[in-house]
Design a protein around this ligand. Structure first.
Ligand SMILES: Nc1nc2c(ncn2[C@@H]2O[C@H](COP(=O)(O)OP(=O)(O)OP(=O)(O)O)[C@@H](O)[C@H]2O)c(=O)[nH]1
Ligand SMILES: [Mg+2]
Length: 368
């Protein structure tokens, strides 16, 4: 049986996981290896899957539940990408509000998938601004139980990746890295920017060669974990848009700015609000990972008469309020210029995590 390498890239909502998956996939293909990707979410209609599918790699999705609560779904997805893409390497992105992956994913995989799988060090991305605040004892603008999840993700990791390194001055980056080292002396710390490419090859050299994954188990209080997840309203939607000579980029900018204004005025902490707007072969992405200053856009959907919008929002408010704000903002942004048809819309608050497996011991790597 062919062995496949699995790289798990965790980290809180908006940390930069999907952006890194895109860049890593490109570089791994350049190195001559075949790659498959797996996305994950509490519900279908994923922006991440839509984005990564533009990268000409095989992408499988586990949606409706996180990897740990649907362990068999993860295994099926891994077998699917391995078989369809003949993948040498699979990179999987768990849900950003998920933790305890060493106990619920890595150890059970090691026990169950024996000779089929080599598991790379668990890499956890951390947004530098949120990370700094968390290390200073703050909550990074999050509900305190969501901040608890952030800390647990770091605690259980094999490699902490300070993401978006391009946003910091070199001295500040060194200082932050030292601070992380002090707080987590046993964990390797690396800095990375998927945007500039800095640190990506260094990280790939580690995760493509090492087998020492899941070296520790974090002690996770599932009541706090569940509260942290439940604090978030979670909305996934796809919407068909029609207009005449519509400038889709202007529409997307208006939509994201209007949403950001709504959340800021209610002081609702944004985990991540992301869109992909696809028109023919063109597409634009938009992301909001906090206050309006975090808004950014990539690509262009051009002009035309029809487009498909996929929108995912994770914001600290009730699902009901979130849905109301999103429906109302969509109405306002389309009024007079476009017609829209909501193809799918799901809004929920994540339920208590109930992992398929939860190991209380480390499974030795030499069982492989
Ligand atoms: N400046 C900078 N921004 C980045 C970098 N990597 C990602 N981002 C931005 O961070 C935001 C979130 O990126 P994603 O890759 O979607 O984050 P994610 O961790 O996959 O988010 P979820 O799937 O929602 O948990 C986007 O606005 C990205 O453009 C980076 O290296 N530098
Ligand atoms: Mg993502």
């Amino acid at each position: 049986m062919k062995t496949t390498r699995l790289i798990l890239v965790g980290g809180f909502l908006g940390a930069g996981k999907t952006t890194l998956l895109w860049e890593a996939a490109r570089r791994i293909m350049e190195r001559g290896q075949r790659i498959g990707l797996i996305t994950n979410d509490q519900a279908p209609e994923l922006v991440d899957t839509a984005i990564l599918s533009h990268n000409e790699v095989k992408v499988a999705e586990v949606s409706g539940s996180c990897f740990c609560c649907n362990f068999n779904g993860l295994i099926s997805a891994m077998r699917q990408v391995r078989d369809d893409a003949n993948a040498d390497v699979i990179i999987a992105e768990p849900v950003g509000s998920c933790t305890d992956l060493s106990a619920t994913i890595i150890q059970p995989l090691r026990e169950n998938m024996g000779g089929e799988l080599i598991i790379s060090p668990l890499s956890v991305l951390a947004d530098p601004e949120r990370l700094e605040d968390i290390l200073n004892g703050g909550n990074a603008g999050l509900h305190q139980s969501a901040a608890y999840i952030f800390r647990k993700q770091l605690e259980e990791s094999d490699i902490i990746l300070i993401s978006k390194a391009d946003l910091l001055k070199p001295n500040d980056l060194v200082r932050l890295k030292e601070k992380v080292n002090l707080n987590f002396p046993e964990i390797e710390v690396m800095t990375i920017s998927a945007n500039t490419g800095d640190g990506v090859d260094e990280w790939l050299n580690e995760v493509l060669n090492r087998t020492d994954s899941g070296k520790r188990l974090a002690e996770v209080d599932y009541d706090i974990y569940a509260e942290g997840e439940a604090a978030l309203g979670w909305l996934n939607s796809t919407i068909e848009l029609h207009g005449q000579q519509a400038d889709w980029d202007v529409f997307a900018l208006n939509l994201m700015h209007s949403l950001s204004r709504q959340f800021d005025s209610r002081k609702a902490s944004v985990g991540h609000v992301k869109i992909i707007l696809e028109a023919g072969d063109n597409f634009l992405t938009g992301n909001l990972t906090g206050l309006v200053s975090t808004l950014n856009f990539g690509g262009s959907a051009g002009t035309g008469s029809e487009a498909m919008l996929t929108l995912n929002a994770r914001v600290e408010m009730s699902p009901k309020d979130l849905e109301q704000i999103i429906r109302q903002t969509l109405d306002e942004c389309t009024k007079g210029n476009f017609t829209m048809e909501i193809r799918a819309l799901r809004c929920l608050s994540p339920g208590r995590p109930r992992p398929t497996f939860r190991f209380d011991h480390l499974v030795p790597v030499n069982l492989l």
